[in-house]
Design a protein around this ligand. Sequence first.
Ligand code: FES
Length: 340
Amino acid sequence: MSNRVQLQPSGNEFEVSDGETILDAALEHGVSFPYGCQNGFCGVCKARIVSGEYEYQDKYNAQSLTEDELANNVVICCKAEARSDLVVEVHEVVGVEDIEVRTMPVKVSKIERLADDVIRLNLRQSEDESLQFLAGQYIEVILEGGHRRAFSIANAPHNSSEIELHLRLVSGGLFTPYVFNEMKEKEILRIEGPLGTFFLREDSDWDVVMVAGGTGFAPIKGMVEHMIELGMENPLKIYWGVRSEQDLYLNELATEWAATYENISYIPVLSDPGVIDQGWEGRTGFVHQAVVDDHSDLSAVDLYMAGPPIMVNAGKSAFNAIGLAEDHLYSDSFEVAGES
Ligand code: FES
C-alpha cells in the first residue's frame, strides 16, 4: 500500500509506502526536502499538513515543535508516516542559501584505492547528524591546527548518510599522504559543509555538457547520479580529461551510464597518452578542445566544469567564444598542486 504526497507551493508529488516516513520517501524521489539529523531531533524537517491523515511510528524530540505548530498541524517529517494521501506545505531547498552549513564528526567507513594515486574515502555520519547538500557541493576536512582541506562530494544527496570523496595523492601534502599511508577505517574526522555554489540546476531542461579534469570527476559523478535518480532526461555529454588511461579511475562506471541511459554519452580524453596507452583508440588532446571540436554553438547548453584551474580557465574562454552564456557556465576549480 502506498499514499501520494503533494507538496505546496511547488506542486511536486511522490509516493510514500507504508512504514516509510514522509522525509524518506521525499529523498528517495529526489525531492529537495529540508532535513538535518533524520532522527527526530533537530526539527529542520518540519512541514505543515494541509490535508490528510498521518501518524508517528516513533518518538521525536518534543521540544522541536511549539504549541502553535502542533495546533497548526506542523509535523516532524523524518518521523511521521502518511495514513492517507497528503497535501504538505514545506519550504523546499532550491539553492545553497536554504541549507545550513554545519560542522560535524564523521567516521571513515571505507578506504578504497581506485588508482595508484586516487583513493575513494567513504565517510559515515552519526545517527543524530546528517548532511544535507546539493549534488556537486564540497566539504572541508578540519585538520589539527585548524588547517582545512576541501573535497567535492562524489555521491548524490539521496544517499546522504554516506559522503564519498575522491582524493588524489599530493606528495608532501598535509592530509593526503596520511590518508594513503596511515589512515584506518573507523577513524573519526571533523568536517564542515556543505559549501560552494557548484551544484546541479535541477529545473533546467537545456542540454547539459559536463567536463571533468582528473578528480574533478567527483562532483560530476554526484551530479550525474542525481540526474539519474531524478529521472532527468536532458541530453547529457560527459567529458573526462586525464593524462593517461590509467587515470580514468571510474571508467567502467561512466561507460555503464552511457550504455544504460539513452540521453547520456561519455567521452574520455587523454592529454598525454604514453607507451602504456598504445592500444588507446579514443580521443586525445585537451579536454576543452574536445568539447569545442564537437560543438559549433553552446548557446543553449548548461555547462558544468570541475578540475584544475588551468583546465577551467582554458575552458571558459574557449566555450564563451562559441556562445556559452556566462550564467549557464558553472565551474569548480581546485588546486591539485600544493599542499592537500
Ligand atoms: S528532526 Fe532532524 S531531520 Fe527531522
